[in-house]
Design a protein around this ligand. Sequence first.
Ligand code: NYM
Ligand code: MG
Length: 212
Amino acid sequence: TETTEMKRGIFILFEGADRVGKSTQVQSLFGHLSTTLGLPTKQLRFPDRTTQTGTIINSYLQNSTQLDDRALHLLFSANRWESKDTLLKHLNEGNSLVVDRYSYSGVAYSAAKGIDFDWCFGCEKGLPAPDLIFYLKMDTEDATKRGDYGNERYEKVDFQKKIKEVYESKLVNSSWNVINANRPIEEVSKEINEIVDRSIKNGIQNKPIQCI
Ligand code: NYM
Ligand code: MG
């Protein structure tokens, strides 16, 4: 029987431009946490296209709705704010979260359009912050060669280069884990799993949940 005291969950985030392999790594880490380590874990992604704001966002991304860039930015942000309580509830009940995109995507994509960086970031302040961030880094040209590229809005080489530039010059800092994503899937997963295992060993869950 379990006698260990319950710990809060860990909030792990994957960020990066399109087609760098985030969803694959999210799934792989989910398997590592839930199956290998036996931790209760949930997999989430933003935008959450199932909510009302998500429906508008989805139709914008599929090119069937036009929207002002700032209005769109606020919708993406609202899409996170509306899940704030759920995120906190999961973490406090001991569920770890593996999340595909979050606030930094919101800032990177909007700032890449030319919207003021601080204005973009301001909307995110107060949201629960991730404990660990993995930035999957890959040359834009390599990412654009991947399957299904170009089906959604934003999947254009020049724009992807701008997004990468915002991430790498203004968002990624020394607390982020920058992962060379231009390698076989298993090699990337192995590096990520090792970082997560080490962080758990070092008591990442013992500090309170931070805010952005
Ligand atoms: N995206 C995602 C934004 O522009 N702002 C945001 O806040 C978020 C979370 O939506 N091209 C963009 C990035 C992607 C697109 O995400 C949909 P995905 O992970 O490619 O399905
Ligand atoms: Mg995409």
